[in-house]
Every structure is written in structure tokens, then in C-alpha cells.
Design a protein. Sequence first.
Lengths: 475, 485
Amino acid sequence: MRYQPVIGLEVHVQLKTDSKIFCGCSTRFGAEPNLNTCPVCLGLPGALPVLNRQVVEFAIMAGLATNCSITPTNIFARKNYFYPDLPKGYQISQFDLPICLAGHLDIAVGEQTKRIGITRIHMEEDAGKLVHGQGGGSGVDLNRAGTPLLEVVSEPDMRTADEAVAYLKKLYQIVTYLGICDGNMEEGSFRCDANVSVMPMGSDKFGTRAEIKNVNSFKFVKAAIEYEISRQIELIEDGGTVVQETRLFDPAKGITRSMRGKEEAHDYRYFPDPDLVPVVISDEWVDRVKNGLPELPETKYQRFLSQYGLPEYDAEVVTASRTLADYFEQCAQACGNAKSAANWVMGELTRSLNDNSVTIENSPVSPAQLAGLIGLIDKGTISGTIAKKVFEELWKNGGDAATIVEQQGLAQVSDSGAIEAAIDQIMAANMGQVEEYRGGKEKVFGFFVGQVMKAMKGKANPAVVNDLLKQKLAG
Amino acid sequence: MELYEHTIHTLHQQLKLRQVSSVELTKALLARIAATDPSVNAFITVTSEQALADAAAADARIARGDCAPLTGIPVALKDIFLTEGIRTTCASRMLENFIAPYDATAWARLKAQGAVLLGKLNQDEFAMGSSNENSAFGPVHNPWNRDHIPGGSSGGSAAAIAAQQAIATLGTDTGGSIRQPASHCGCVGLKPTYGRVSRYGVIAYASSLDQVGPLTRDVTDAALLLGAIAGHDPKDSTSVNCPVPDYTAALTLDLKGRTIGLPKEYFIEGLDPEVQQAMQQAIETYRRLGAEFVEVSLPHTSYAVATYYLIATAEASSNLARYEGVRFGHRAKDTAGLIDLMMRSRSEGFGAEVKRRIMLGTYALSSGYYDAYYLKAQKVRTLIQQDFTNAFEKVDLLLTPVAPTPAFRIGEKTADPLQMYLSDIFTIPVNLAGICGISVPAGISDAGLPIGLQLLGRPFGEETILQAAYSFEQATDWHTKKAAL
């Protein structure tokens, strides 16, 4: 029998606010344990939550960018359960009235576009974390407790691990474009639970699903889902049944494992949090957020095609992230040569960033510096080969391209007198090859170009060299 | 007249004119506490040293010509208010050694005026109870008759006033916990409108019902103290941002044209005859003062107690989840793993009534029961609110008894929690509706126990009920009667 996998994702997006969702504590990652805490996020007796307005604003942005409707009256609910990293014994979340409902994202599947439904997006607070094995016991670090999260729940619309990854990347691109998430997956700013089930091909009744918790890279999501699909199929083929359970992905072994002991059906006893008042979101508020939304990836892509005449491939690459797109656009506008700017951004710049593990935000070469370099090529002051050297210089020591070219005497020589002199010398020294050329062996032409460029230390204008060589060799 | 018998407003004049010092006053009260508390048990913690230091600071402040209404006035707080650096137990073994790391907003506001804290007052554990018998620190004895309960849960706050151990106190009222003990102890107790006073730093019992309020010797002090603690607090989302009037300015004697409603559901058979009689006399007094009476109906009254015990316990079951022995509070010894640690810490730390309510509330919120209990209770709550809204369209305020009987004997109702719960029948609807209410002394039973009168007002109608309470107080002498200790 052949099987049809069914996949739905729940993504936790950590919001890039300065302070936590219900108190004024910093959300900074990596502080000393329990440093970024106060009576509210420690869950001390008598402490009360006060909602961070920025969180609501970010949630509205996410909802609008994913085609959701925005719920006018928002209620926070308490999700009750005991765990040492949950200081109040309940998590403040949203239950039956989440802020965003019924949206979708379109992903590319081969040549086709597929629409993935988004069931809901709700606001909630993160828990702290347990630190095991220090001083013989376990510790609780509550720095993360109260960090604002959006939980984005998709419909079970995906059928392959690749579709799941495509959806996830699209969502990632959107929240980072919006500037509401720093996108740091290693630090857990964007993490995913995958619900996976399989059913016989052609069936319309979903199989029992397993939930794979907290996967935090695109690679792992793909591996975890693929493993889980084959595990479930093998299980069924062997006459077993899939049980509804929570599983963990082990990246080292590439397998998922049952989280035993946490499987009893939870009764979270949700009820509206009496400490918080309903959040009413007016149409005006939504409109204001809508008008302030940054350009989203799809729109930017289309605009780059039309405004800059970029090929589709280039437009897609440079719009992969908002920072890359911004870099490209600043560079293109400064130098006036969009295609060339795209080539440099996709080529030398990306290569140098990757080789040195530097993010584009921290690139030592600014868009203006790169534009200056491209300008010199376009004016014929330097050749492409020299330009790469100048780029390296800019990367290492900064400065501006024109000054580097001038100080290091790298300007291209177009003066025919100097080039003619070099050609004469080389022809005189290589009469044999001159004869060969004149005898019809045109391949030797390349040899002469190389020799001339070498004699001119690479600075000769290649076009001028070509023209003069042809004339002279013709005799 | 002894210094400890005075009111805030009379002492303020004396302090301002430097006829008395705060240190003298504080010493007098500390001595009174030492003399009387062994038989009353109103205090869990007495902060003598800190009180004297604060009194000296208050005297210095007064000497600089800065004397706010509460500067130098010795007060005490129900042990549910967090007080920085001072043990805050909520009358529970769970928090027996919990030193609060910050101040509750209500206390911070008094502190800013230079009030002097004498100590922390006994109460029912986590404010759950009507008799102050549910305290891990022993019951409070009614100063009027020590075989009787003082009422609860703010039993210590009321008894300390009656025993003249503090000039004024703060309590909290979730289903009558200020008004009922005030009634039983012969003092004035005000439950403000929900949202009038910040709940920040007040240990939560039932968040949608809890409200902070004053217990005082007279109505003027209640108005003064309310003015000092009321107002928006950015740390409490449910505190309402509306201006705080000068409540003392409302204390006039003119009741002409006022219409007072008598809810027929509150004057029922089974009401203690002496309570009934005190209400009749109060009505006569108000008639003489020019008020008119009409009968009104609050038809959903009979559902209030059941509604309260679903909503309050549901919220409590969640509010008390944070006490699990991991970060603070009681931690069981020699536990085998996490679950054992949490379960045993809670089993050992909480008293019987607290456990009973946690279980009730957990049940009410459980999947499969939520709609039938919690959700239904919320709907009834709306109907009860509507009852009051309708009544206030016809009348300016309502007059009712506070409790069906004067204070009962210690141990009389502990065996029957339902009987105990029913003693709050006249106070509970007020919390469900979120409106304001005040208890003022209105009689003394043949057995020598005080009887209180309850006045209820519209949301943020504190001025109306304070004025009516003041008029009554000025026309009678019940507030001048004192417990013989």
C-alpha cells in the first residue's frame, strides 16, 4: 500500500520587543541566570501582569502579512499546569479568541503554487528553562519567562517534508521582514512543532498524529518529518498502530523518540485571566498598522523585476532577506547599475560574508563603498579583475575604491601609446607565434593578450588591447 | 481618653500642632498590643523596632512642616499585603517564613505619606473564611466577647480596631471579608468598587473579586484612608483610571431627597431578630434624616453564594498554583523527585479550607465540567450585576444587614462548611457585581455583640455611601461604644 503523509506545523515566533510581554524586564538573551527578572515574571505572590502594547502591534503585523483576520476583542486565558520552569503554575496565553484567524501563505511546489492555510496566531508568554546537573541538582533560569511569543498554527495542508520546509521558510522570511523576530533559530527565536500522520493514499481520513516538539532548524525539520513518516509507515506495515504522543527529534541520530511520562492527557483548565482586561483592537488601529507595514518579500520581488529590470533569479536571491534586499537596493541606487550591483551582492559580497561568517548587517563593505567600486568599473577606470582586488582591500582595510585605485596605481591604462609599445616588444620577442597567427592559427591571439596584460600588470584596458593587437598582428 | 482610642482625623490635628508625637503614639499602641494581643491574637507579626524608627522619621517630617493626613499615624495591615523586608504569611504555613521583596501599592501609598506600620494582622489563610478560624497562627478572638469569632477573613484587621491596637487597618474583601468582620467587631469597614484600589502586591485569592479597603473607628477615617490608597496603578491592569475625589468633602449631613432601596431578598425569615430590629431602627433614623425608602428586588440573590463558590474557587485554584515549593515558601523535606516535592509541599503547606477550595475550583474548571459550572456561574454573575444596575435606576443606595446574625461562637460552624458559607449571603453579591459597600455600627445585641448595617452604592459611588454612613453615624452613638477588654 502507498501512504499519504499529512503535516501541520505549530511555530513559536519569539517577538523582538525590548521588554517582556507582561513586565518591564529585558528580553536580552544570554544574561546571567535570573538576572532579567522581577516579581511579575518570577511569579511572586501579589504580582500582576500588564500587557506590553508592542506585542499586540507585532501580532497584528504578523496577522496582516499572513492574510489573517484580526480579532476585535482579545481575551487572555490561563493555561494551568505544573512545571518548575512555569513560575505561576499557569501560562498566560490565548484560547478561544486568538488575535489572528484564518489566514494563508502561498508556497512554491515545483512549478506550482500551493496555498497553506493558517488556522490561528495567538500571543503568549514563554516559560523559563531548567538547567540540569549544576551542583548536583537542577536549577531554574527565569530570564526567558515572560518573553513574548506568537504561536502560528497551520492547517494540516502539507504533504511532504519539503512542503513543510518551504512553508516554514516563507513564514520565517515574513516575520524577519516585518522586523518582529530576530530570526535567531539557534537561540530558539523561531522554533517549530510538527504534527505528522500518514493515511492510505486516496483516503480522506487522517491517521493518528505524532507531535514532534521544538525543532529549531530547517534541516532538522526536514529530517525529523522524513524520519517520522517512514517510522509510521513501517509501524503500520508491521501491523502496529500509531499512538498519539509527543516525540523529540534527536539531531545526532536523525531519529524521533517518544517523550515518555508526559503523555497523560493534559487538562489545562483554560479560563479567562481575571488579571487582564480584554484588549480591544479598533479598525483604526489595524489600518494604522497596515499603513506602517514594511514592503513584504513578494511585493519587493515584483518591484525589483520591474523597477530594476533584474532577472527573476537575481530578484529572488537578493530579496531572500530584508537586510540583503536593503543592501542591494542602496547599492543599486548609489551606482545606478542594478544588474552589476546584484552580481556583486550575490557574488563577491556573499562569498566574503560566508567565508568570514559575517552577517550582512555587519558587512565591513557598505553599500556605498561597493557602489563606488562598481562606478569605477562602469567608467572604465578599472577592469573586473582589478575590481576584485580593490574589493578585498575594501573588505580588509576599508576606505573608498577611488582612493585605493589612485594610491595603489591600479587605474586601467587606455593610452594606446603605452599599450602599443608593450605590444611591439612582445611581438618582437615572440616572432614564432606571430608567424603562426599570420599563418591562420588564431588561437595564439589569447597568448598575446595574456602577455600584454602581464606586461601592463593587468591594468591595460582589455578592449584597447584587443583592438591594437588585431591591427598589429594583421601586419 | 487614651492615645490609642483616637481616630486618624483627631490625631492628625494633634500631630500637626505637635501636641503629641508619633513616637509617643506608637509606643502607646505597641504597649496596648503587648497588653491585649495574648487574648485577641490579632497580630501575626509585630514590627516594633521598625515602627518606632518610622515614627521618629514621621516626627522629623512633621517638624519640617510636612504633615500629610497619615503622617505619623500607626496602622496595621492584614498579612495579605506584601511589605518589603517584612514577613508576609497570608496566615499560611506555606508562607510562614516568606519575607516580601517589595511593597504592595496600597501600603506603598500609605508609607509615602509617612504612616507607621505596627505589624501584620491575622486572617483566614489566603483570605478563605468567614470566621478567622482558618489561620495557621490560631483563631482571632472577638474583643467584645473572646468566645466569639471576629468574622473573616480580615478578622485581625477588625479585631485590632475593636481592641484599640491600631488607629486604622487595611483588609481585603472578596465576599465580605472587610464588611462582615467590621460588623462583628463594631467598626467601619469599606469595600470599594472593584478597580478603585490597586491589587498589586496583595496576595491573590480570587482576582476578579478581591478588593482592598479600610477598617476604621469612624466614617471620616474610612474616607481619609480610602482617599490615600485609591487611584490608578499602572502595575494593576484592572485598576481603573478615574479621578479620586476628596472623599472627606462628601461627608455632609443632608439626606433630603435621597432614596434608599430595601432589597426584599435581604429581609428574609430566619434573619436574627436582633439584626432585624437594628435594621428597623436604622431605617427610622434615616427617615428622620429625610431619606425615603422603597422596596426593590434583586431577584438572583439566592444564586449568589453558589456562583461565588464556583468563580472564587476556580480563580483560587489557579492563583495558588505558584505555591509549589520550588522557588519560595514551604518545601517538604526528603522528597523523591519533582512531583513528590510539589505534592508534599502543597499538602503540608496548605490548611484544610484552602485545600477544599482548590479542589472545588479545579473541579469547576475541568474539561467536561467547565460549561456546567464555571461558565454558567459567569452568566449568573452577569444577571446579579444586572439586578443591581436595575435597582440603582430607582434608588441612590441600598440598605441591608451585613450578616444574618451577630458573631457566632468559635467552633460553632467549623464542622459544617456550607453553614459557614451561607453566613456571607448579604455580602457576596456585592463582590460579584463589583459595586461598593460599607459596614457601619448600628446596634449591639443583648449578648453584647455589635451589629452592622450595610450600605451599597453604584460603581464608583463611594461618596454616596460614605455620606449616608456619616449621616447615620452622626445621628447615633454606636461608633462610640467600645469593647471592654
